[in-house]
Design a protein around this ligand. Structure first.
Ligand code: MN
Length: 401
């Protein structure tokens, strides 16, 4: 199996989510969990962006990045000497510092944002990667807006960056414009060109503007990328980045498709999702893959019946594998007899078959009228239909005993 390196960018791109500000101590708390899960690369921030960012990177480099087994700690930089020098300073305590140099390469960005020509871009890429390499061994080069860059020119820039010493070549789909079809083309061509230029790991970096970030990341991995840049809960600029939990679990759930693994301890996924949600103050949508509240809950009768017989019928991930609660049957108007009976029993009630049919009829009436049925509603229904003492399985003696 191929090993795919996870570069978690929650603390950098994730922090660029509108309204999110991680304090340095909070970044350290998240980074500790990432390290505990075995994430090999942590992009801790953008050193030149603010004093707080510099402090966060430096704190992580000192507290978490200084020993022999430490993960790679990375800072993003624009392609200029000042940013690179700031990153180098912040990363000084790290055992494995990485400097990431980002330069826009699409005609649109070069003309309107940077006001540079293609020739100037090639010169800047060469000069800044060489400068970064004079400071650290591990340099990553990213071509911002790569997926809207002329492909021949993009490959030329990547060739220059590899020859200047970049060890990782990142292909950002900065605005979430790519589909798995064109991202595959770009990654395949890059893998080939990078090999000819002397070799480097190719990295994905995908945004979710069209809801394709995880799909594009997986397409990139299938096309030969060896590193995936992801964030916990998929937070990030605008619609966010590819979600760590989605990419990692897709590779793990479908090994015959990708023949690739991340080596991440997925048991920490639920806990880190909750931590990032709390510190970013960004709620996770209930229907979010893997970490959403409903990810392992079932309400329709057909599915509930299947789940009660064998959970493989409607569930492809064992919740405990990602540190989540066991699957949960939600009782509502679509629930069938099997689920209601199992629910009633789980509440410590015991009803005869004849009694149950009466309860089930009343339940269907009640469920149609309520948005949400709570456990108390079920208890009240059973006692209303069958009488106050009906079916209480747990007697005083047994509960004392
Ligand atoms: Mn980004």
């Amino acid at each position: 199996m191929r090993r795919i390196l996870i570069n978690d960018i929650t603390l950098r791109d994730g922090e660029q989510s509108p309204g999110v500000n991680f304090f340095p101590e909070e970044k350290l708390e998240i980074a500790k969990r990432l390290r505990a899960m075995g994430v090999p690369i942590i992009e801790a921030g953008f050193a030149a962006a603010s004093e707080s960012d510099w402090n966060g990177i430096n704190l992580i480099a000192r507290e978490l990045g200084a020993d022999d087994a430490a993960p790679v700690i990375c800072s993003m930089c624009r392609a200029n000497e000042k940013d690179i020098a700031a990153a180098h300073e912040a990363l000084r305590p790290a055992r494995r510092p990485r400097i990431q140099v980002v330069l826009s390469t699409s005609d649109l960005h070069m003309k309107y944002k940077l006001q540079i020509t293609r020739e100037q871009a090639l010169e800047i890429a060469d000069r800044t990667v060489r400068y970064a390499r004079s400071l650290v061994e591990d340099v990553e080069f990213a071509a911002e807006d790569a997926t809207r860059t002329d492909l021949d020119f993009l490959l030329k820039v990547f060739e220059v960056a590899v020859k200047a010493g970049a060890r990782t070549i990142e292909i950002p789909d900065t605005v979430g414009f790519a589909t798995p079809i064109d991202y595959t083309t770009i990654v395949s061509a890059t893998v080939e060109r990078v090999k000819l230029a002397g070799g480097a790991i190719v990295a994905t970096h995908c945004h979710d503007d069209l809801g394709l970030a995880a799909a594009n990341t997986l397409a990139g991995i299938a096309a030969g990328a060896g590193q995936a840049e992801v964030t916990v809960n998929g937070i990030g600029e605008r619609a966010g980045n590819a979600a760590l939990e989605e990419v990692v679990m897709a590779l793990r759930t479908r090994p015959t498709i990708f023949d690739a693994d991340t080596g991440i301890d997925v048991g920490g996924i639920t806990a880190i999702s909750k931590l990032v949600s709390k510190l970013s103050r960004m709620a996770v949508a209930p229907n979010k893959a893997i970490v959403g509240y409903n990810a392992f809950r079932h309400e329709s009768g057909i599915h509930q019946h299947g789940m009660l017989v064998n959970s493989l019928t409607y569930q492809i991930i064992e919740p405990s594998d990602v540190g989540a609660e066991p699957f949960n049957l939600v009782i509502g108007k679509l629930s069938g007899k099997h689920a209601l009976k199992s629910k009633i029993e789980s509440l410590g009630l015991d009803v005869s078959n004849a009694g149950f049919d009466k309860v089930y009829r009343e339940f269907k009436d009640l469920a149609a009228k309520k948005k949400l049925l709570m456990d108390e509603d079920i208890v009240n229904l059973v006692t209303k239909v069958l009488g106050e003492t009906a079916g209480r399985k747990t007697s005083v003696e047994t509960s004392l005993g």
